[in-house]
Ligand binder design. Structure first.
Ligand SMILES: Nc1ncnc2c1ncn2[C@@H]1O[C@H](COP(=O)(O)OP(=O)(O)O)[C@@H](O)[C@H]1O
Ligand SMILES: [Mg+2]
Length: 371
């Protein structure tokens, strides 16, 4: 796309969210490329983006827009240092901030995976001449998660985060290793045997648009989990639990008769969180729960997750490719690449003093961009 745009030797290149769908390290490479081409060709660049880190490191001058109006414009440095308009202030304030809840000393382990392995068999070649190869998506990985702890799992797309999370929860089959939930082995359990544990471990997925059944009301969506797990003594009792879960998730208890399409992405993600917390779980797998959301909504969801964790003593396995969000929410972090854990430790240590080349690149890309 960049080559096409440059074929006519333009004086101005308009790049509209050129890196939004890319992994952070690729993003840094693309921005570095645009910067280099800009210098070589002497062209001006209009960069359209919602990513403030990119703006801060790439632009000389910034226009801030909302609702079709330019609210403020200035040189980059003074704009970030001293924003004038309330909208700009709000935008800057909604960068993920804060840190994980304080962790109680010597907590017990809630979830442990040892040498968990997942391999997919891939078919290549043609119909008549096919061959099979193995893709080891999760290569003998081990983790422990303590009660009330948030463990971040980061890495670029395809590194095996989702597969690992799902194998730990027995949502997919693992080819090897052991998993203990609350000191009980769960790797060999049948569907029936694992059922009593299901309400204690819940999942929230990335895409709040496809994870809620469009034909069910909000009340039905949340109550379904209660019915399946045999929670609540009567319809009235369940109704009360549904409303409580909605309120805990920052939504009005009165929306039970409405449908998912009536809500924004952030509200839907709150509904998905309400569905999980209604079952009063001890552990929630959060698989990129804020990746599809705007920055300001993302900050609210992070705040909600921290609050729920404090109030309910929840443990989280938090999958993300966004190190800023990880910094705001996690106690410890594991960095994954090609199905292995290349580095792990307390969030502050790993982000401030990364040891491996890969983590260094991720950190640089997340906090510095094309420096
Ligand atoms: N059902 C599947 N069949 C074959 N390959 C898969 C399947 N699910 C995931 N993979 C592959 O496993 C690797 C890890 O995927 P995934 O766990 O989704 O990574 P991440 O969540 O880090 O983006 C990728 O190479 C992906 O293509
Ligand atoms: Mg994933």
């Amino acid at each position: 796309m960049i080559a096409m745009a440059l074929a006519n030797k333009p004086d101005v290149l308009i790049a509209d969210e050129p890196t939004t769908a890319l992994d952070v390290t690729v993003q840094a490479q693309i921005l570095g490329l645009i910067r280099k081409l800009q210098l070589d060709l002497g062209m001006a660049v209009i960069l359209i983006t919602h990513d403030l880190t990119v703006v801060r490191h790439f632009s000389d001058y910034v226009y801030v827009m909302s609702e079709g109006v330019v609210r403020e414009h200035n040189k980059t440095q003074p704009l970030f240092a001293d924003p004038q308009h309330t909208y700009t202030r709000k935008l800057l304030a909604s960068e993920p901030s804060g840190e994980a809840n304080p962790l109680p000393e010597g907590g017990e382990t809630i979830l442990e995976g040892r040498d968990v392995r997942v391999a997919f068999t891939l078919k290549t070649g043609t119909f008549f001449n096919s061959s099979y190869s193995q893709l080891v998506a999760v290569n003998d990985l081990s983790i422990t998660l303590k009660k009330q702890e948030t463990l971040g799992l980061v890495g670029e797309s395809g590194s095996g985060k989702t597969t690992f999370g799902q194998a730990l929860m027995r949502l997919i089959h693992a080819d090897g290793g052991t998993v203990l939930f609350d000191d009980k082995h769960i790797e060999g359990l049948t569907r029936e045997q694992i059922r009593p544990l299901r309400s204690r471990m819940q999942v929230v997925f990335q895409d709040p648009f496809s994870s809620l059944n469009p034909r069910m009301t909000i009340g039905q969506i949340i109550e379904e989990g209660l019915i399946v797990n045999g929670i609540g003594s009567s319809g009235k009792d369940r109704d009360g639990r549904v409303r409580d879960a909605l309120v805990s998730s920052g939504l009005p208890g009165s929306i039970t008769h409405r449908f998912p399409h009536e809500f924004s992405g952030g509200q839907r993600q709150r509904i998905a969180i309400a569905r999980a917390v209604a079952l009063e779980p001890e552990f929630i797998l959060l698989d990129e729960p804020t990746s599809a959301l705007d920055l300001s909504v993302q900050a609210q969801i992070i705040e909600l997750l921290r609050t729920l964790q404090r109030e309910r003593g929840l443990s989280y396995l938090f999958i993300s490719h966004d190190l800023k969000v990880v910094r705001a929410l996690c106690h410890r972090v594991c960095v994954m690449q090609h199905g292995t854990i290349v580095e792990q430790g307390p969030v502050r240590d790993v982000l401030e003093n990364p040891q491996t080349e890969y983590t260094k690149r991720l950190v640089k890309a997340a906090f510095e961009v094309a420096a």
